[in-house]
Design a protein. Structure first.
Length: 262
């Protein structure tokens, strides 16, 4: 039996990680997550994906250190050794927004996986941390690149170079978390938070996510071109056409008069 379970609530897919005792993330579990995400990414009926934990107190405690030790010694491990790079990349490039619903400790690999997600919502007792420097390493699943745009260069440097833990309140104040949800009834409240995203038109969500994340990696003019391309798709989709007509009417009511072409 695997470590992940997928459930669907309306157009939201909830992918839950349960690997006692503390949700250590192995190569094998990362591969299983990738398989589940691959099965969801082209689903037109799934608008939002939420990653969460089935173990109270732990989102992902950290990477499975026994796995890493074996890999470092050149010994066989279950799963792909590249999965700490490929699975976060898949999360980041999924068409759907991916929400990390963090209900406990998210240190090391837990923080790294969450940084690839579109949003991070946290329980009051949750915490982040990148403690790799304390054991002579650096975060190596993308945090050195993903964290600075989220919290700013200075805070990212301080967080990575000190290795200190970040509690929920501070995470919210620096932009690392999007919202804090009470520990009690966390799953229900997280789902309600996700529904404010999932209620919108799926292609628009996917296009906006791509425009922002891909645009960050482009020169400004190229990012603007990407935005225009995504805003004006060559499509006869009646929902998209009606959405643009509605935008035109709204813009026309408030100067300056901006017209969305279609």
């Amino acid at each position: 039996m695997g470590s992940w379970i997928t459930s669907e609530i309306g157009n939201i897919a909830v992918v839950t990680f349960t690997r006692p005792p503390r949700n250590f993330m192995s190569f094998e579990a990362l591969g299983e997550l990738a398989d589940r995400l691959e099965a969801l990414k082209d689903r037109e009926d799934i608008s939002v994906i939420m990653l969460t934990s089935g173990l109270p107190g732990y989102f992902i405690a950290h990477a499975d250190l026994e796995d890493l030790d074996r890999a470092g010694r050149g010994e066989p491990v279950k799963g792909e050794r590249t999965s700490w790079r490929t699975t976060p990349a898949l999360i980041e490039t999924m068409p759907q927004p991916v929400i990390a619903a963090i209900n406990g400790q998210a240190w090391g690999g837990g923080t790294e996986l969450s940084l690839a997600c579109t949003f991070r919502i946290v329980s009051q007792s949750s915490s982040f941390g990148l403690p790799e420097v304390a054991v002579g390493l650096i975060p190596a699943a993308g945090s050195t690149q993903r964290l600075p745009p989220i919290v700013g260069l200075g805070r990212a440097l301080e967080m990575i170079l000190s290795g200190r833990k970040i509690q929920a309140d501070e995470a919210l104040s620096i932009g690392l978390a999007n919202a804090i949800i009470p520990d009690e009834d966390f799953a229900e409240a997280a789902l309600k938070w996700a529904q404010q995203i999932a209620q919108h038109h799926r292609p628009a969500l996917a296009a906006a996510k791509r425009a922002i994340l891909d645009g960050l990696r482009l020169p400004f003019d190229e990012g603007m071109m990407l935005e225009r391309e995504l805003a004006m798709p060559r499509t006869k989709d009646p929902v998209s056409l009606e959405a643009r007509k509605l935008l035109n009417r709204r813009y026309a009511e408030t100067p300056p008069h901006v017209v969305v072409e279609f």
